[in-house]
Each structure stands twice: as structure tokens, then as C-alpha cells.
Design a protein around this ligand. Sequence first.
Ligand SMILES: C[S@@+](CC[C@H](N)C(=O)[O-])C[C@H]1O[C@@H](n2cnc3c(N)ncnc32)[C@H](O)[C@@H]1O
Length: 284
Amino acid sequence: MMKRTIEKNFYFTPKMAEKIILLMENDKEAVELSFDLNRTKLPVPLQGNCLILPSNERIKRSALEHVAETEKVYVYHRGLFSPVEVMNDHYYKLVPTEGAPTIEISGVRMHRTKDCEPFHDAKQKVSEVVRRGDVVLDTCGGLGYTAIWSRRFGAERVVSVEIDEHVKAIRQDNPWSSEIFNDFRIELIDGDVFYYINSASSNCFDSILHDPPRFSLAGELYGKEFYSELYRIIKPGGRIFHYTGSPYSRGKKRNFLGGVVRRLHEVGFRTFLKPRKMGVLAIK
Ligand SMILES: C[S@@+](CC[C@H](N)C(=O)[O-])C[C@H]1O[C@@H](n2cnc3c(N)ncnc32)[C@H](O)[C@@H]1O
């Protein structure tokens, strides 16, 4: 994937391309678009079968037809559309939603998108635990949404750990992630959070966001050894929001959640189920 400066790029989604084509077919002279994946909107002129970008570049309908046929986010840069994706052992791509995008890794989405918008979902998780002045650990950084909301809720400092270099490459290209790169109070750590917390001092965090991939992909982040280290590094009275993703209602899932709660108790936490937020609040 090409390295690009976020501000100078124009982002396109299949829905956007469909909308532009429809308005071209109806001989409209302008279309309201967001070139930063729904962060801001502006009116953009149409001239026949061409879209005129704010940079005065012209994009032909035939190029947009290609974008409309896919399920990817594209960046238009110097005459070229390139998808925001990485092909490796796994396939990573940014997936558009009605709000902020999510990242999909080999078909598994890293944020809730059903009846829920990823950035708002991150806000809900963070609101459960982060207070003004907190030093926060964001165990699984992903696109940075939980780190961004931690700062917006008044955290003094946020340490955000992310293991996967391809996730990091994708977030460099995500306009919704830009705050993590522009805020010196967000410290981005490259690596495995398991190793990071082993080296962290005891009682050094006020609150922790623990938003791991699903159990089948990262079982160790749901284990007693990991929870015990979380207990050691969080201050007395400190709060953890642990996203579990369990729908709570089905028997098999309840056992999974029961196991999470039992292990959290065993290492010393008090726990409170948060079904609407699909997680557990743990307090030291
Ligand atoms: C559900 S996503 C987190 C989303 C994130 N909270 C956000 O707001 O965008 C889980 C992330 O954890 C990362 N991850 C998985 N194992 C990890 C580990 N051992 N240490 C750090 N990050 C890990 C994955 O690469 C993925 O990006």
C-alpha cells in the first residue's frame, strides 16, 4: 500500500460512486459528497459524465463505475484509485459504514457494525471507565477509536498497543484515525500487549480499555495469566471495560462469558455485566 498524506487524498466508497453515477444520469450539476469517509461534506460540481474535484481534477464516470462494483474504500490520488487494503497471510481492508469505517481481517470485522456505528461504539465502551485526568491503557489499539475517545473523555495520557503491522498501515490511511497521530498524549506502542504489561509497573493505570479480537483469534487475551497482570498494573479502584462481544442470551456464549467473569474474580476483580455494551466492567 502506498504511503499518502491523509489531508490531500480523496476517499471514495462504492455507495458514493453509485450516488454520483445516478446524479450524472439525471443530468444534475452538483452532488454533496464526503471525501473523508463521512467526517465532512461539501457540494461538488458535475459536468456531464465528469466529477470535478476541489483540486480541479476531473474523474470520468467509467472510473467511478469500477469503484461502484466493489466493496472497498478507495483513495484517489494523482489520477489513480487505490483500495485501502493489504494482502498478506491474511486479507486486510477498510470497510465503509454510514459513519467511521471498520477494518476487516480475512472476513472478520474488528468493530461492531450491525445496528451500531464503530466510532460511537468506541465512545460507549470508553464512557464506562475513563474519567478526567486518567492514565489509560488501550490494550488493543486497532484503528485508534478507543484511544481517541479516551482523550476526548479527558484522559491525561493514553498508552495504546497494537501488534499487527498491517492494521497499523491501514490506520495510517484512515481519516478517522488521524487524531492518534496528532496528539502527543497518545503514546502508540508497537507490539504484543502481553509483553508490554509484563514490563509495566504495578498500580500505574487508572483505567483500561480491553477490546481484544474474538476469543478464537486471541484466546490468551482472555486468560487468567493476562487478567492477573491487568490486576497488577491497574490502581486500586481502577476500572476496566472488557469487550467480550457475547450476545449473552445463548447457552454456549453464556458459558464463555461465565468463564471470563470467573477468571476476573479469581485474580481479584469485582465484575458487573454490561449486556448493552457487550462487555464486562471490572473494578480492582
Ligand atoms: C477489536 S480490535 C480493537 C479496536 C480498537 N479498540 C479501536 O478502537 O479501533 C482488536 C485489535 O487488537 C490487535 N491485537 C491482537 N492481539 C494483540 C496483542 N497481543 N497485542 C496488541 N494488539 C493485539 C488486533 O491486531 C486488532 O487490531
